[in-house]
Ligand binder design. Structure first.
Ligand SMILES: Cc1cc2nc3c(=O)[nH]c(=O)nc-3n(C[C@H](O)[C@H](O)[C@H](O)COP(=O)(O)O)c2cc1C
Length: 138
């Protein structure tokens, strides 16, 4: 894979399995915590969940991503954290969102549009995972 010359951002896409049912309250808690921290750490991305599993995109400097991904991987609210893609890019796809979510109806169209940008160049298996979870989240 060729990396952009001015690659400054690292983007990780991972999936995981919720250890307890990720109900609305759990998802809201995670989003609130993510948005507060990510704003301080310059991280952008999106978090999707169908209640049983999570799919998340994290973007930021390589240092910030290494730090947050280590924390997230150790979080007991989910398990089987599996990295689907890990790449460098010169630009963010989710610029402006400290953690976007499809649960916010006002932003779901914009989030969907950004996801299409991500998936355009993604391998077929990753596209299939996102399309599957997007069918259940509306
Ligand atoms: C599915 C999932 C996604 C998460 N995403 C983020 C995130 O984007 N940013 C973040 O700081 N914490 C995220 N967390 C929470 C971290 O695992 C961890 O609890 C948090 O970073 C600790 O923050 P604190 O030191 O402020 O309590 C996520 C947790 C889960 C289960």
């Amino acid at each position: 894979m060729t990396e952009p010359q001015d690659a400054r951002f690292r983007r990780i896409v991972y999936s995981s399995i919720a250890t307890a049912r990720a109900d609305d309250e759990t998802q809201i808690d995670i989003l609130r915590q993510s948005r507060a921290n990510n704003g301080l750490n310059g991280i952008s991305g999106v978090l999707l969940s169908d209640g049983k599993r999570f799919l998340q995109v994290l973007e930021g400097t390589p240092e910030a991503i290494a730090h947050v991904f280590a924390q997230i991987s150790a979080d007991p609210r989910h398990a089987e954290v599996r990295t689907l893609n890990d790449e460098l890019d010169s630009r963010r796809i989710f610029s402006g969102w400290t953690m976007a979510s499809m649960s916010d109806k006002r932003e779901s169209d914009a989030v969907r549009e950004r996801l299409q940008v991500l998936l355009r160049s993604a391998p077929a298996d990753i596209r299939a995972e996102f399309e599957d979870i997007l069918r259940t989240v509306g």
